[in-house]
Design a protein around this ligand. Structure first.
Ligand SMILES: Nc1ncnc2c1ncn2[C@@H]1O[C@H](COP(=O)(O)OP(=O)(O)OP(=O)(O)O)[C@@H](O)[C@H]1O
Length: 508
């Protein structure tokens, strides 16, 4: 059972045999009387007007004596129909071509998910045109928030929204038969009362397996800039076309620029961003209004994911499930950024009197670079080191895909006070071989030599570190394999060690 059309106002139980869940009640779709919708929208007045799309206008409606706020979509002009496939004019299935409204009602009556703008009901006006009643989204579209809001959304919000949209797409693709949205874009993502992202506008969506006649007979459609370049004929359609559009949306969310923008060269966001991602120049694709995320892994993972989604070969794009998993990880990173985020900001603005040197050694121990933290140039190094040199974690490009490599393996980082900048201070440089540093501000070292009068924090990826306000003997070991942890919690360095008398904590 699916969407049923009837003329009297009634509640129609719908149940999709494929998505039926015993624990949930079948959802109800109401056939509203046109008069009710007219009065709920004040006669489709300008005050109720929410926006206009290619299909028609959208109005805010107060239904059930103001208890239910809904959005009513009303077509303008003659009822359009999804075109028939040019190659099969005699095909009987194609003759059942539906209007976007009918299509949206039919599909939304079969899929329901908290990540979608769900259907509440429908109506038919005096000219027999359908009106669609959907959940009201009070916080506008993602497009408006990204491109017109005076307060651009933070990385945390962007990642959350990306993850929610990916879940919406996954729910469509995993229903049986799958639903392919075909029009994923920022203006079709709306924000609900709790600022959750919801995917809407199912006017172009197709429900069925790719071999189904209906799918095979529907000509390509979508929005320029988001449309899969490989989707040139009905037979080219697959769920991966949605993944492509999602990749464009992700690039738009990362960069804050439009899918097509002639102010950029090249105007297409894919042609502009993908070469930068291939060159690991992640900072260049970040929305300049918010800069890079605190944790560099966030932008790296987002960028690489977006680049994979927009690959020209559909089969090589990830499935929506994989996209969801990847974004789940990114969400964890962005929810718990390195605890020294504020400390890193301070490192980027060190006082002139106290500078540190960062020496990057290659695998053989040769120093390949010396940087003094504090200069403009060095600030960049301290926030995303290695990106300039191409030795960041995402360094290799094979077959068009950037694969993640662990950073720093085989390299050594040497750092310490610069005695020249701090006269009178006798310091031995601590040298340590990093085995693995955790992003949470934990430094692990198997061998630590000459660790005198020195306290630091280090994020191998972010290369954020700072010194204690005064030199302090931390720990010393003698050839034993050991683990030392230096955890910075805001202004306190907590030194953990296996020593009988660990140094404890030091307030900075
Ligand atoms: N459920 C809703 N709740 C609140 N506002 C909505 C809702 N649906 C649409 N709108 C508003 O109406 C505008 C037009 O929506 P519509 O889906 O018709 O077109 P669009 O997605 O902007 O463009 P297109 O039709 O080309 O895809 C949206 O930009 C949004 O501001």
């Amino acid at each position: 059972m699916g969407y049923l059309s009837c003329n009297a106002e009634s509640a129609i139980a719908t149940c999709d045999p494929y998505i039926w869940d015993n624990k949930r009640k079948p959802f109800q779709i109401t056939n509203f009387s046109y008069a009710d919708l007219e009065s709920a929208t004040n006669g489709f007045s300008a005050e109720s007007f929410l926006g206009k799309g290619s299909y028609g206008s959208v109005y805010r409606a107060l239904l059930h004596h103001g208890k239910l706020i809904a959005a009513v979509k009303r077509a303008i002009g003659p009822q359009q129909h999804n075109n028939k496939c040019a190659s099969c004019t005699n095909c009987s299935t194609c003759s059942n071509s539906t209007s976007p409204a009918d299509n949206e009602i039919e599909i939304l009556s079969r899929v329901r998910n908290p990540r979608l703008v769900n259907l509440l009901g429908f109506s038919v006006d005096r000219n027999e045109k359908k009106l669609i009643v959907v959940e009201f989204m009070p916080n506008g579209s993602l497009y408006d928030i990204l491109h017109s809001s005076p307060r651009p959304p933070s990385w945390r919000r962007r990642v959350r929204w990306a993850s929610q949209i990916a879940k919406a797409v996954e729910s469509l693709h995993s229903s049986n038969p799958p639903v392919i949205h075909r029009d994923i874009k920022s203006s079709n993502v709306l924000l609900d009362g709790k600022w959750n992202a919801r995917l809407g506008d199912f006017g172009l969506a197709l429900r069925g397996h790719v071999e189904d006649v209906r799918v095979r007979c529907t000509p390509p459609a979508g929005t320029l800039g988001y449309l899969d370049p490989g989707y040139l004929a009905p037979g080219d359609l697959s769920t991966k076309s949605d993944v492509f559009s999602f990749g464009i949306l992700l690039l738009e969310m990362i960069s804050g620029r439009n899918a097509i923008d002639v102010n950029y060269s090249p105007p297409s966001v894919v042609d502009w961003a993908v070469p930068l991602i291939k060159h690991t120049n992640f900072s260049a694709i970040c929305d300049p209004r918010i800069g890079e995320p605190e944790d560099p892994r966030v932008i790296r993972q987002l960028a690489v994911l977006a680049a994979r989604c927009v690959r020209s070969t559909a089969e090589k794009r990830p499935a929506a499930t994989e996209v969801v998993d990847c974004l789940r990880n990114v969400r964890k990173m962005v929810q718990s950024p390195p605890i020294w985020g504020n400390v890193r900001r301070r490192v980027q603005r060190p006082s002139r009197s106290r500078q540190m040197t960062l020496e990057v050694l290659d695998g053989s121990g040769e120093m390949v670079k010396t940087k003094k933290l504090g200069s403009r140039r060095n600030r960049k190094v301290s926030s995303v080191p290695g990106a300039e040199e191409g030795n960041e974690a995402v360094g290799s490009l094979s077959d068009g895909v950037i694969r993640s490599k662990s950073i720093g393996s085989g390299s050594e980082i040497k750092m310490g006070w610069d005695p020249k900048k701090k006269p009178g201070l006798v310091v031995k440089m601590p040298v340590m071989r990093l085995v693995k540093s955790r992003s949470m501000g934990v430094v692990q070292s198997k061998r630590l030599l000459h660790c005198h009068q020195f306290a630091f924090e280090l994020d191998k990826r972010a290369h954020a570190f700072r010194e204690l306000s005064e030199p302090k003997l931390l720990v010393s070991w003698d050839k034993q394999p050991l683990i030392q942890k230096c955890i910075l919690k805001q202004d306190t360095a907590v030194i953990e060690s296996k020593e009988p008398n660990p140094v404890g904590s030091k307030t900075l």
